[in-house]
Design a protein around this ligand. Structure first.
Ligand SMILES: Cc1cc2nc3c(=O)[nH]c(=O)nc-3n(C[C@H](O)[C@H](O)[C@H](O)COP(=O)(O)O)c2cc1C
Length: 430
């Protein structure tokens, strides 16, 4: 059996699955139940100055009957008294010495305030700290959260203050509400961070009630932009993780991946892009702590199947495959191929290709009265759209067409050192 133990920036945990700082980590009781269920670590709901939350605070986007493709919230940090959280951190740590108890922090941007909260969290028994520079609503209006994470100089400055007194590893949690996350990550590491975690939530308004005109979630007829998370944000998170993993200034540095993780497969993808641990919020808010059982089994079996002994054997293996567009092989040619035995004749591929892409699928009435679709090879540019819209798994696949021209990148092409193969998809331009 593969060894799932990991060490993220100096914080050890029995497996890479942590709860993200959010409602599932509100209380010591929840975190104990989560550890009993199998979670390897938990990032405590952000501690800071006393705040008050609105009552109505979550909203969601469903997709074709599937609930919570994306979750939005206007919740702030913990609204429980600091001394209660600190007492419970001590209790949890005592009972679960091998699990990772990371404490998320956010206070006003004053050196003394940060020094004080760091000491309190560490004295309570925190294994590590996570600086919340990502909360996109409420706290940012008060100069905290994303207001810090959006300015690299502030990120670096506050991380430096924290590192002046911290005895445990410090993760900086980054906001996705930024143009280029690499600057924020560099600033965090320049300030002495031991690792980064990302992403926090994405600015969003999930919808408007068409009868009352009130945006959701509605607080007495009004709303505020909130933070979006859940399955919908995973691609954005993966891209941001890969940006940091491929940046020469931060490559190889510890990353805790967050954003839309619900299954072991999601987790494996984050690990492949360089994460050591992953954090989960929405999936637990939706389905509860027990989802971790499948995550542990799934990742463990996957590593076994791949002949890998540890999470580190998987970590970062996709990083070198993320390249600039200009490095991609222009001689890589694929065409759509339709398995007529599987085709149900719905015609969706024809419509999508004809109206929305490259007019490379023909449709005709077959002898049996059904629609028969065929790929017009000379017009197909291998864009994948038909295979994406086809409702039958494995019916439309993309088949590689070998060329003998060898690989040719845009740089080689424009520099005159590479040869473009005569590509079937270019025929219709001539
Ligand atoms: C209701 C709610 C409250 C949250 N509160 C916090 C918080 O206090 N501190 C923090 O760093 N992140 C907070 N987050 C963000 C999550 O930790 C996480 O970064 C985000 O939800 C993305 O992960 P997910 O897609 O698994 O939900 C919160 C998220 C939600 C949905």
């Amino acid at each position: 059996m593969a060894d799932l133990r990991v060490n993220t920036a100096g914080i050890s945990s029995p497996n890479p699955f942590w709860l993200a700082s959010a409602p599932p980590t509100n209380t010591g009781d929840q975190i104990k139940r989560a550890f009993d269920a199998g979670w390897g670590g938990a990032v405590w709901k952000t501690l800071g100055e006393p705040i008050v939350n609105t009552w109505s605070r979550y909203s969601a986007v469903d997709l074709n009957g599937q609930k919570i493709m994306g979750l939005n919230n206007i919740e702030l940090i913990t609204d429980r008294p600091l001394h209660v959280n600190l007492r419970e951190i001590t209790e949890v740590k005592k009972q679960y010495p091998k699990h990772a108890v990371v404490v998320s922090l956010m206070v006003e941007s004053k050196r003394e305030a940060w020094h004080t909260i760091v000491k309190q969290a560490e004295d309570a028994g925190a294994d590590g700290l996570e600086l919340n520079f990502g909360c996109p609503h409420g706290m940012s209006e008060r100069g905290m959260g994303a207001a810090v994470g959006q300015v690299p100089d502030y990120t670096c400055q506050i991380t430096t203050w924290v590192k002046e007194v911290a005895r445990t590893p410090v993760l900086v949690k980054l906001t996705p509400n930024i143009t280029d996350v690499r600057y924020a990550a560099r600033a965090a590491f320049n300030g002495g961070a031991d690792g980064v975690s990302l992403i926090n939530t994405i600015n969003s308004i999930t919808g408007i009630d068409l009868d009352t005109f009130a945006p959701r979630p509605t607080v007495a007829g009004k709303s505020s932009h909130g933070g979006y998370c859940g399955p919908a944000v995973k691609p954005i998170a993966l891209n941001m993780v890969s940006a940091i993993a491929t940046d020469p200034a931060t490559a190889g540095k510890p990353i805790s991946g967050i954003g839309g993780i619900s299954t072991w497969r999601d987790a494996a993808e984050f690990i492949l892009l360089g994460c050591t641990s992953v954090q989960v919020c929405t999936a637990v808010m939706h389905y509860g702590f027990r989802i971790v059982e499948d995550m542990i089994d799934g990742l463990s079996n996957y590593l076994d199947e791949k002949g890998l002994q540890t999470v580190y054997d998987l970590r970062g293996r996709s990083v070198e495959r993320v390249r600039d567009w200009k490095e991609l092989d222009l001689n890589y040619v694929v065409n759509a191929s339709i398995d007529q035995d599987k085709c149900i004749g719905c015609g969706l591929c024809y419509t999508a290709c004809n109206d929305g892409a490259h007019q490379a699928i023909s449709a005709a009435r077959a002898d049996n009265g059904r629609t028969r679709v065929d790929v017009i090879t000379d017009a197909c540019v291998g864009c994948n759209l038909c295979s994406l819209v086809c409702p039958v798994n494995g019916c439309i696949t993309m088949k590689q067409i070998p060329t003998d021209a060898g690989a040719c990148s845009w740089e080689q092409h424009t520099g005159g050192t590479g040869k473009l193969a005569p590509r079937p998809q270019d025929k219709h331009f001539t």
